[in-house]
Design a protein around this ligand. Structure first.
Ligand SMILES: [Zn+2]
Length: 277
């Protein structure tokens, strides 16, 4: 997408960035989706990867991906809605994947909050199987479940050469992050790293290799500290990259270029996204 050179100075000296996880299809964007997209463009967002949460959203995401340039659809069954998923949805998922850059959002959610962990595991396992047969990367949700997710991924032993997937909004330990890296997964970070007390996240961002890290907003959820309580937007990803650069004592360009490269490789996005500046 052509970047508007007349926007602020901050944009012109910053590399365009791919938002690797944004729920751009969310109903909270229905009123002003075009404005949200334009603000994202003006803020230097070059592409968005839009994860699905349930089968009834697949069509809407496909439409949005067709309507907006460099918006990439995925399809998946989110663990938070495991009770609503039906076996037929797996077939719908399989049929949608030819237009998708990944399978997700799938995974496991907070066991203390749900009584359906067995169901969650069933849907996750089925999507891991699809990832294997379709050779697509996984977008994984692992809130308070990193250990269990790692166990399932270990057992699955996927071997996609461009990477098996990403654990998004990662909030596990450094050791767990390294286990994921060893299994050829990446981890991504968003708004939560902008909070000064997020010491554990800061340590992760500081110490993991750049080849393992990607950035996201998870908008409209998980806003950074400056937008606390507000609807999050892809335009605000620059706060995430700025924070990551500060933590790593390096330039925004360096962390952005690394995340972009990782995203282009993992999701097989057009290489032209790496040539924008
Ligand atoms: Zn998400």
């Amino acid at each position: 997408m052509p970047l508007n050179n007349t926007t602020s100075m901050a944009v012109s000296d910053t590399l365009p960035v791919i938002d690797t996880h944004v729920h751009f299809d969310d109903d909270r964007f229905d009123e002003d989706r075009i404005d949200v997209y334009q603000r994202a463009q003006s803020a230097g967002v070059s592409a968005m990867v839009v994860p699905a949460t349930m089968a009834s959203r697949f069509n809407k995401i496909q439409c949005i991906a067709n309507e907006f340039t460099h918006v990439y659809a995925t399809a998946g069954l989110h663990p938070m809605f495991s009770k609503q998923h039906q076996p037929a949805h797996l077939e719908t998922l399989g049929n949608t994947l030819q237009h998708c850059v990944a399978i997700g959002e799938c995974g496991l959610d907070k066991p203390e909050r749900h009584t359906d962990i067995t169901q969650q595991e069933f849907w996750f396992e089925a999507q891991i199987d699809l990832a294997r047969t379709q050779a697509l990367p996984l977008i994984i949700h692992a809130r308070n479940t990193v250990e269990a997710v790692i166990l399932m991924l270990k057992r699955a032993a996927l071997s996609r050469s461009a990477g098996n997937g990403v654990v998004h909004s990662f909030n596990g330990s450094l050791q767990q992050a390294h286990q994921l890296l060893d299994l050829n997964y990446k981890v991504s970070f968003g708004g939560p790293i902008t909070y000064p007390r997020a010491h554990k996240l800061h340590k992760l961002v500081a110490s993991l290799p750049l080849e393992a890290i990607m950035f996201e907003t998870d908008a409209p959820d998980q806003p950074g500290i400056h937008q606390r309580g507000q609807r999050n937007e892809p335009a605000w990803i620059s706060q995430v990259t700025a924070q990551a650069a500060e933590i790593r004592k390096t330039s925004v360009q360096e962390v952005t270029a690394a995340s972009n490269l990782n995203a282009v490789q993992l999701f097989a996005l057009p290489e032209q996204l790496l040539k924008l500046h």
